[in-house]
Structures are given as structure tokens and as C-alpha cells.
Design a protein around this ligand. Structure first.
Ligand code: NDP
Length: 509
């Protein structure tokens, strides 16, 4: 037999008996001294790490980002500083609410998290396939996610919890309409857009700030499942989207996204008709047109899923020089909670795992901790300042201040005056963006889902939610009410009454 590799224990000791355990006699009890049995079982028992509380089911690939256009007047970030420049990326796609084994075609937003391995450190843009989200204050996140998970008693998904939450939170309406349109069930990860969603800063060489939103437009085009197709695919192939991505990349059909940005000056932000830091709103394209930046291509499936996809960790806090945060409350909330989740799930040294490791220099005084595997900086000093090493903080990376318009520390109503237009953008979405066919799918998908509300509160929840649909658009409200076969006299008695004519327009109160 050709000389092969020897089978060894985890400690490298060659051994022979891999399949039979030492016992007392042919049919007698097993011996504890056969520690290899224990090593195999004990390691197996520990194979699972905690799955992500959200975005548990996912898949990922490596690729490249290539700059196609000069945006140096907005940002000095080095990854953008030369046309043709390429930066390695890792992108993880996911669904949000389901567990690690759930179906890929569930109606759900899709995660779109990109790690750019830049020469100035790793930049994580941790977005979704929608430009908006259901909530705008991070204090509401755990409540919201509980409604997308399992009922505490029945342990099943609950349309009651979902619609109860959405009906109590009018700011969710915009994303609810995206979710129940056919874009809520994308055909594959390749056929959907990605969005950084939050507002970030771009800082240029003159230390000038622009606010920025990132868009990744699928160059494969948009393709969706209908509700029926998505439901059928759950049974036929629960891993459909993962399989599609792997097979496309392995056959050389490398998916691409056009990377574009919208930019807004600080002055424009002060007077924009909507809060530009509100994650439930978009910036209209006619006000802030898309600017070309580059192309992102995925071209390599990792050799080992667990090593690179399951252990990948993204943090919106990880921005590089030339990119910064904004007062977007949801972004602010995520800055600390993402690294916190990774420390729980992967351990304090999660950034040393190959997929997360910065391929360029990492010099600091963080030491020790569970599973330190990089040599722990050897004999180098573990304190700063010191007389021995030559690590110097570089003043070129001083952070720029952010001008605020208030010095009052208080709890403000997230939906208070000026923050309470929950209906204009959902109305525009329904009237101006969706085709006639899209509208019909949206209505049918909503009606189908609301029929699942099963509780003595059903009527109350439906009426409260219907008010939101009517406020966004009368036709939308009517079609959903009719689809639910509601008594129209009762619906109208519950509906918001038209306000007196305001400058010739009739408005709902
Ligand atoms: P525009 O009329 O300039 O563009 C419409 C946008 O909607 C395009 O980005 C288009 O993306 C996208 N779109 C088309 N069909 C759907 C769909 N079924 N589901 C989700 N998105 C779709 O839009 P405005 O900027 O004037 O905004 C109007 C409304 O459009 C907003 O209130 C918002 O609801 C929606 N929208 C706006 C976006 C933005 O960033 N401004 C982004 C996405 C939606 P595509 O390239 O695929 O056609």
C-alpha cells in the first residue's frame, strides 16, 4: 500500500484502533483507559457553537472589490484611492429569523454582510437586501426579534406576534411592505440587491464630511419567487439559495454587484424632508442620485464552511479611515452589540480566526484570553507607553469631530413631532414603485399572512394594522380589507377620519 498519512490523536500520537473500543472480553464492558473513545465523543459533543441569535442560516464566499470611479472628493479611504484597485472581500448572505437549519426561501429580509480586507484594516459593511428596517431605535430590537422567532408556549412561528408588533409600531410599515412584496422571497442570493442601509460618514483629505449610503445593485438582475414558489421550494430544497451560490461560483459564473453611493452634505441633512439618519426611511434618488464606485465580484467558495462562514464575524463599528459613523440610532446601537455577540459566540480572540484576521499589520497591547493562537505578541511589551517597542499612534488617524444640534441629554420620543411621517414613503412605494402585478402579489401575500392571526385579539390587531395601510394608501387599505373579507362598514368606522382640507389637499389624520 502506498505510504499515506498516519492516523493520530489530537495530540499527534499515531494509533491503530479507530473503530473498535478496548473491552473486557469479546462481549464485555468497555475500558475507560481507551481515551481515544473519550476524545472522539467529547470533541463531537462540543462541535456546535452557539448559533447566531439572528442571521443563523447563511452562506458566504470570497471575492474582490474593484474601483471603477473616482470618489476621492468624498472619501480618503485608501481602498477607493485608485481606479482599478482591488481589495479582497468576504461576503456572508443569510436569512434573519430562522434557525441554522431553516429554509432559505422563507419570507424574511436577507443579510448582506461584507468584509473588505483593506490595507488599513478590515472594514465591515453589515447590511441587508433592503435599504430600510422595521425599527429605528435599538432598544426595540430584542422585542421585535422575539416576534419573528417562536411563540413561548407553542414553540411555533406566530403571525399573531408579528402583526401585533407591527401594528403597534407604525414606523415598521415601510419595511413590512418590502417584506410582503415578492422581494421578500428572493430567488437566490445572486438575484437581489444589497444595502449598507445605515447612514455613514465619508471623510475626505480636507477633513470634510459627507453623509453616505451604500448600495450594491445585483448585475444578475432582480429575480424573485412568488409566495407559492417559495413555499414549494421549502419542501423541495431547504438549502436552495446556498446550493445556487456554490454551484454558480464553482462553474465559473461569478456573481457581481455594482457598488454605488448616495452622498448628502451636512447642510443638506439639516433641511432634508425626512430625518436622514432614520433607518425606516430612504433618501430619494431624485434628491440624491446614485454615484458609481466599483464592482464587487464573488469568485471563491471557502473550502470549509464552518471555518470561514460559521466563524465569520462582522461588526458595523469596524470602519477604516475615510469612513465614519453617523447619529443613526440603529447604527449607534449596533456599534457595541455586534462585537459583544462575537465575544459570546466565538470568544474574545475571535479576530484571530483566519476569516476575521486582518491580513495586514495588527499592533496593540491586547493580550491573553481564551484560545489565543497567534503567539500573543511573544516577548514584546504588553503596556503603553514603553521604552522598548516602536509602536506609535499616528496623528494622521485622528478622528474628526461630529457637530451636533443639541446639548440636551434626555429620552426623546422616536416618533415625536418631525419624526412621525410613517406613511409618505410606504405610499410612494405602493403607488409609484410597484407594478400592477407587484401590487397584487403584495396584497395577496399580506392577506395570506394576516389570516394566520389566531387569537381573541385578531380583530383588534387587524383593525390597528389596517389603519396603517389606509394611511399609506387608500387603495392598498381597501384591497387588503376586501381580501380579508371584512365588514366594510366596521372597517370604515375604525378608520382615521379625513382632516379638513389643508391647502387644497385632503389628508388623513
Ligand atoms: P425611485 O423611483 O428613484 O426608484 C425606485 C427604487 O425602488 C429603485 O431603487 C428600485 O430598484 C426599487 N424597487 C423597484 N421595485 C421594487 C420592489 N418591488 N421592491 C423594492 N424596491 C423596488 O425611488 P425613490 O428614491 O424616489 O423612492 C421611492 C420609493 O422607492 C421609496 O419610498 C422606497 O419605498 C423605494 N425605494 C427607494 C430606494 C432608495 O434608496 N431611494 C431603494 C429601494 C426602494 P431597482 O434597481 O431594483 O429597480
Amino acid at each position: 500500500m502506498e505510504e499515506g498519512k498516519k492516523l493520530t490523536t489530537a495530540s499527534g500520537i499515531p494509533y491503530y484502533h479507530h473503530e473498535d473500543t478496548m473491552s473486557v472480553g469479546q462481549r464485555g464492558p468497555l475500558l475507560l483507559q481507551d481515551f481515544i473513545l473519550h476524545e472522539k465523543m467529547a470533541h463531537f459533543n462540543r462541535e456546535r457553537i452557539p448559533e447566531r441569535v439572528v442571521h443563523a442560516k447563511g452562506t458566504g464566499a470570497y471575492g474582490t472589490f474593484t474601483v471603477t470611479d473616482d470618489i476621492s472628493k468624498y472619501t480618503r479611504a485608501k481602498l477607493f484611492n485608485q481606479i482599478g484597485k482591488q481589495t479582497k472581500v468576504f461576503l456572508r448572505f443569510s436569512t434573519v429569523g430562522g434557525e441554522k437549519g431553516s429554509a432559505d426561501t422563507e419570507r424574511d429580509p436577507r443579510g448582506f454582510a461584507v468584509k473588505f480586507y483593506t490595507e488599513e484594516g478590515n472594514w465591515d459593511l453589515v447590511g441587508n437586501n433592503t435599504p430600510i428596517f422595521f425599527i429605528k431605535d435599538p432598544k426595540k430590537f430584542s422585542d421585535f426579534i422575539h416576534t419573528q422567532k417562536r411563540d413561548p408556549k407553542t414553540n411555533t412561528k406566530s403571525p399573531t406576534m408579528m402583526w401585533d408588533f407591527w401594528s403597534h409600531n407604525p414606523e415598521a410599515l415601510h419595511q413590512v411592505l418590502f417584506l410582503f412584496s415578492d422581494r421578500g422571497t428572493p430567488y437566490s442570493y445572486r438575484h437581489m440587491h444589497g444595502f449598507g442601509s445605515h447612514t455613514f460618514s465619508f471623510i475626505n483629505a480636507n477633513n470634510e464630511r459627507h453623509w453616505v449610503k451604500f448600495h450594491f445593485k445585483s448585475m444578475q438582475g432582480i429575480k424573485n419567487f412568488t409566495n407559492e414558489e417559495a413555499t414549494r421550494m421549502k419542501g423541495e430544497d431547504a438549502d436552495w439559495a446556498q446550493r445556487d451560490l456554490v454551484e454558480a461560483i464553482e462553474r465559473g459564473d461569478h456573481p457581481k454587484w455594482a457598488v454605488r453611493v448616495q452622498v448628502m452634505t451636512e447642510e443638506q441633512a439639516k433641511t432634508y424632508k425626512w430625518n436622514p439618519f432614520d433607518l425606516t426611511k430612504v433618501w430619494q434618488h431624485k434628491d440624491f442620485p446614485l454615484i458609481d464606485v466599483g464592482v464587487l465580484e464573488l469568485n471563491k467558495i471557502p473550502d470549509n464552511y464552518f471555518a470561514d462562514v460559521e466563524q465569520s464575524a462582522f461588526a458595523p463599528a469596524h470602519v477604516v479611515d475615510g469612513i465614519g459613523y453617523s447619529p443613526d440610532r440603529m447604527l449607534q446601537g449596533r456599534l457595541l452589540s455586534y462585537p459583544d455577540a462575537h465575544r459570546y459566540r466565538l470568544g474574545v480572540n475571535y479576530e484571530q480566526l483566519p476569516v476575521n484576521r486582518c491580513p495586514y499589520a495588527v499592533n496593540n497591547y491586547e493580550r491573553d484570553g481564551a484560545m489565543r493562537v497567534d503567539g500573543n505578541a511573544g516577548s514584546a511589551p504588553n503596556y503603553f507607553p514603553n521604552s522598548f517597542d516602536n509602536i506609535q499612534p499616528d496623528a494622521a488617524y485622528k478622528q474628526m469631530g461630529m457637530e451636533l444640534d443639541s446639548n440636551i441629554a434626555a429620552v426623546f420620543d422616536r416618533n415625536g413631532p418631525g419624526e412621525d411621517d410613517h406613511y409618505s414613503q410606504p405610499g410612494m412605494f405602493y403607488r409609484d414603485v410597484l407594478s400592477a402585478e407587484d401590487k397584487t402579489s403584495l396584497v395577496n401575500n399580506i392577506v395570506g399572512a394576516m389570516k394566520g392571526i389566531a387569537t381573541e385579539k385578531k380583530q383588534q390587531i387587524i383593525m390597528r394594522q389596517l389603519c396603517h395601510f389606509f394611511r399609506a394608501d387608500m387603495e392598498l387599505g381597501m384591497r387588503i380589507a376586501q381580501g380579508l373579507a371584512l365588514d366594510m362598514a366596521e372597517v370604515m368606522s375604525n378608520m382615521p377620519q379625513p382632516k379638513k382640507e389643508v391647502e387644497g389637499e385632503s389628508a388623513m389624520v
